[in-house]
Design a protein around this ligand. Structure first.
Ligand code: CMP
Length: 136
């Protein structure tokens, strides 16, 4: 176990529905610390770049449209084993498969509009944090 930083995004569906504070309470109650937090709106180019790893997937265009459909909250979070811990707090990508008491079980409405994003590895956490927070 080590101290890690990871990227959290609260997606347009959850921001629009007013779930930001409830989601952040779940993050903080898990022991994770929110070090940085900002509200932004992604351009189409930024969304395409951020999700470039999914560019060959059938849902890519729709995903980029969704991610630019409204403001998002990008956050740098920190804690022991933060990458895996935050992914546990989020729950499975598909809310139908997410465990009880996870963010996606409570707030996601579909596999696409799934309320939150979290980095899936140390390499990606660094890349994704750099994408939004330049001076880490
Ligand atoms: P995220 O964790 O941000 O990583 C990629 C995103 O693509 C995912 O959450 C969902 O928002 C979306 N996604 C993944 N699988 C599908 C799918 N089968 N159909 C539509 N969107 C998907």
């Amino acid at each position: 176990m080590s101290n890690q930083k990871t990227l959290s995004i609260i997606k347009p569906d959850a921001v629009k529905a007013g779930h930001v504070d409830s989601i952040n309470l779940m993050i903080e109650n898990s022991g994770l610390k929110i070090l940085e937090k900002k509200e932004i709106k992604l351009s189409k180019e930024e969304a395409q770049q951020f999700y470039a790893v999914h560019s060959d997937k059938p849902f890519y265009n729709e995903l980029c449209e969704f991610m630019t459909s409204g403001p998002i909250i990008v956050q740098m979070i920190e804690g022991e084993n933060a990458i895996e811990l935050y992914r546990k707090v989020m729950g499975a990508t598909n809310p139908a498969e997410a465990d009880e008491n996870t963010i996606r079980k409570k707030f996601a409405t579909s596999i696409q509009e799934n309320a939150v994003h979290g980095s899936d590895s140390e390499d990606n956490a660094l890349k994704e944090l750099n994408f939004f927070f330049k001076d880490i």
